[in-house]
Design a protein around this ligand. Structure first.
Ligand code: MOS
Length: 740
């Protein structure tokens, strides 16, 4: 049979297919972590509710549990005074997600390290009883002086530094110099699904149904905490109601739930309240970001100094990656210092576009300030500083289509209709402004493993140890698998089992961008040249004598020397009377690619500012993204729109407010912590520049989920400046900051 005669499926990759789990989700039948129960074989579950510290820094001098324990239905109350000592080995995958330091342990000492820290847990037969019991626990403290203010804090340890050229000499000799400090508020992930876990022990084996964006970490962390082999822990994560980076590490409440389950010998369910999510899990830390810029009159930026201070806890050093300023522009003299200020707070963590979105705010506002100072169009200024190769490493970029992003964005947004003078455009009472910013986000590659089963009827099932935090991982894996196996697109594949394949061994962390890139690795399974599926007799291969030379491409098996002759998997199985084939395949990225790999963004925003109220409305927004190949434009839009809306929150609404007298977060709910709602969200449009990146990934993906927020806040801030002529150097840009 020749190739043209075979049934060629339409390409599933690139098609706007609906989510495979869409129906489950919109009908409410998808089971999130806390929804699991008897249908999953979990019988006799009991409920745990945390008791949090009501003081920011203290020693616990006593815990009175009598009233709680007398409550009918309360099974146990655990705290540092009665909890078993846990071995707490090191988590084998430290990274900035499990940062350097001593992690917070479950009731292992009498220290209160931050306001809201879990200090006890009440286990009861119903959630109501457990909640009631938690209110009855009385904790006494010996208070200590609390420090939670970044501005007043002192950096601990040595700053992380970067330098090239001679930045001080560069600044001295520059024709134009600018100096300014930007500040960003602390942001919280606020996913719809709260952190939740069900923990069940069977002997020494622990199973958890956990909200996580990386099933390997609950396994690693729980195994480490309890001193048991990793193989003894199984983590199940079917669907995740958003995570945005906060499901990356395993927080102390998960260990507490497992501890309680082991002690009461029942499965324990623990669901955090919305309020607890502001103190009990991570957040995007607040930053101060000082910039000094030197440029010649033509807009060639010659020197850039960035001095950054960020908040962290006193027990761990979480550092975001501030590398954007090193690689976005060709600047010969660059110096960066990033200092961490230890405070009496919970450890921060990665939040969408971690580091890069913060750095983009400072860098891209400073570029806008320079453009204004020089009277050069902001896009033209970027073009004059666009590097040909990575200025930080000298390596070529795998792909960098920022110029295309600028050109397409400017055309589609109507940038040339802009009056460059700030404060000059009005619409009735409103001042109108447009702003622009660029962004980048590192593409990283990691190993992965996937199981694939091909049935003779053309069905394919693909499984990998990952979770889907929203990008549609199951759907895009299905699309890649459908193409690779030449099976007709059907929403049949599944990513949701964690038992059959090893999670990645990488020390790096599979966050959003990797989850969206990860599906592609399954292609290593479905189309690995010459790979022999398990149970695959040599006689079944298209080239009987030299199976290594069989090439599988788009589901077409052929001999390398004659790509025109071959057959499809269903034909192969039919001819050999087989019901199915199965295989486990792995992908290992090359150690060194020799390329610098990034996704890119160009964000355009238009705002209307009510001059009397100081109220900013985003009127329209366009994002143009160079993210490599797009597996599914519908899923891509959902990522892009969500990320850009998150950027509206970062720019105009979101920040926690801490009472520095006691370390309490005063707006720890949806009434006090403002998030963009439909009324805040204008027409948002995303465009993806064509092209796949074969250096970044075997099928050309660079990653989209993080880059979609990078550049949004500065584009909006620059638009506010253009509208009003006022430069607010602090996020969020609140009405008070514009009126003050
Ligand atoms: Mo992303 S902050 O790695 O979920």
């Amino acid at each position: 049979m020749t190739r043209s005669q075979s049934m060629q499926p339409q390409s599933a990759v690139g098609a706007p297919v609906a989510r495979v789990d869409g129906r489950l989700k919109v009908t409410g039948s998808a089971r999130y972590a806390a929804d699991h129960g008897p249908a999953d074989g979990i019988e006799g579950v009991v409920h745990a509710v945390l008791v949090e510290a009501t003081i920011g820094r203290a020693r616990i001098t006593g815990v009175d549990t009598r009233a709680a324990e007398e409550l009918p239905g309360v099974l146990a109350v655990f705290h540092h005074g009665n909890a078993p000592r846990l071995p707490y080995r090191d988590n084998p995958f430290p990274d900035s997600i499990n940062p350097p330091g001593e992690r917070l342990r479950a009731f292992q000492d009498d220290r209160v390290r931050f306001f809201g820290q879990p200090v006890a847990v009440v286990v009861a037969t119903t959630p109501e009883t457990a909640r009631h019991g938690a209110r009855l626990v009385e904790v006494r403290y010996a208070a200590e002086r609390v420090g939670t203010d970044l501005a007043a804090g002192t950096p601990g340890g040595e700053p992380e530094t970067y330098g090239r050229g001679d930045v001080e000499a560069g600044l001295r000799s520059a024709e134009v110099r600018l100096e300014m400090t930007y500040r960003t508020g602390r942001n919280h992930h606020n996913a719809m699904e709260p952190h939740a876990i069900i923990a069940r022990w069977e002997g020494d084996r622990l199973t958890v149904w956990e909200k996580t964006q990386w099933v390997a970490d609950p396994r690693n962390e729980l195994a480490a905490a309890f001193g048991i082999p990793q193989e003894s822990v199984r983590c199940l994560s079917t669907v995740v109601g958003g995570a945005f980076g906060n499901g990356g590490r395993t927080w102390v409440h998960s260990v507490i739930a497992a501890l309680a389950a082991r002690e009461v010998r029942r499965p324990v369910k623990l669901v955090m309240t919305r309020k607890q999510l502001y103190s009990g899990v991570g957040y995007r830390p607040a930053y101060e970001y000082a910039v000094r810029l030197g440029s010649d009159r033509s807009g060639r930026v010659t020197a850039m100094a960035h001095d950054v201070r960020g908040e962290t806890s006193r027990y761990e050093s979480h550092a975001d990656d501030m590398a954007l300023g090193r690689m976005l522009y060709t600047t010969p003299h660059v110096a960066q210092t990033v200092s961490l200020v230890p405070l009496d707070v919970n450890t921060p963590t990665w939040m969408r576009g971690p580091g890069w979105s913060t750095a983009a705010y400072a860098l891209e506002c400073s570029m806008d300030e320079l453009a204004h100072e020089l009277g050069i169009d902001p896009i033209e200024l970027r073009l004059r500083n666009e590097p040909e190769s990575d200025p930080a490493t000298g390596s070529p970029f795998s792909t960098r289509r920022l110029r295309d992003c600028y050109a397409i964005g400017a055309r589609e947004f109507g940038w040339d209709r802009r009056n460059p003078t700030p404060g000059a455009t009005r619409d009735g009472d409103r001042l109108i402004g447009t702003g622009f910013a660029a962004g980048a986000y590192a593409t990283e590659r990691m190993n992965a493993q996937a199981y694939a089963r091909l049935d003779a009827d053309g069905r394919v099932v693909v499984q990998s140890a990952t979770s889907d935090i929203g990008p549609g991982t199951a759907t895009s894996m299905s699309q890649v698998a459908a193409d690779a196996s030449a099976c007709r697109w059907t929403p049949c594949a599944s990513t949701w089992a964690t038992r059959c394949c090893r999670p990645p061994r990488s020390r790096r962390w599979p966050g959003r961008w990797r989850a969206s890139a990860r599906p592609c690795r399954t292609r290593a399974t479905c189309c690995a040249p010459g790979r022999r599926p398990r149970g695959h007799r040599p006689g079944l291969t298209a080239s009987r004598r030299r199976p290594g030379r069989v090439v599988v491409r788009d589901g077409w098996l052929s001999v390398g020397t004659d790509p025109g002759r071959g057959e499809t998997y269903p034909q192969l199985m039919g001819r050999n009377n087989r019901s199915h084939l199965e295989v486990i395949g792995s992908y290992e990225p090359p150690e060194e690619s020799g390329f610098s790999m990034y996704s890119y963004s160009a964000i355009f925003a238009e705002v209307a500012v009510d001059a009397r109220l100081g109220l900013v409305r985003v009127r329209r927004m366009l994002g143009v993204f160079d993210a490599g190949r797009i597996i599914n434009p519908t899923l891509a839009d959902s990522q892009a729109h969500g990320g850009m809306i998150g950027g509206i929150g970062q720019a105009l609404l979101e920040h926690t407010i801490t009472d520095h007298r006691d370390g309490r977060i005063v707006n720890a709910d949806f009434a006090g912590y403002l998030l963009p709602v439909s009324a805040d969200v204008p027409d948002v449009r995303a465009i993806y520049v064509d092209g796949e990146d074969r250096e970044a990934d075997p099928i050309g993906v660079k990653g989209l989920g993080e880059i979609v927020i990078v550049g949004v806040a500065p584009a909006i801030a620059n638009a506010v400046f253009h509208a009003t002529g006022r430069r607010v150097r602090e996020l969020p840009i609140t009405p008070e900051s514009l009126l003050g």
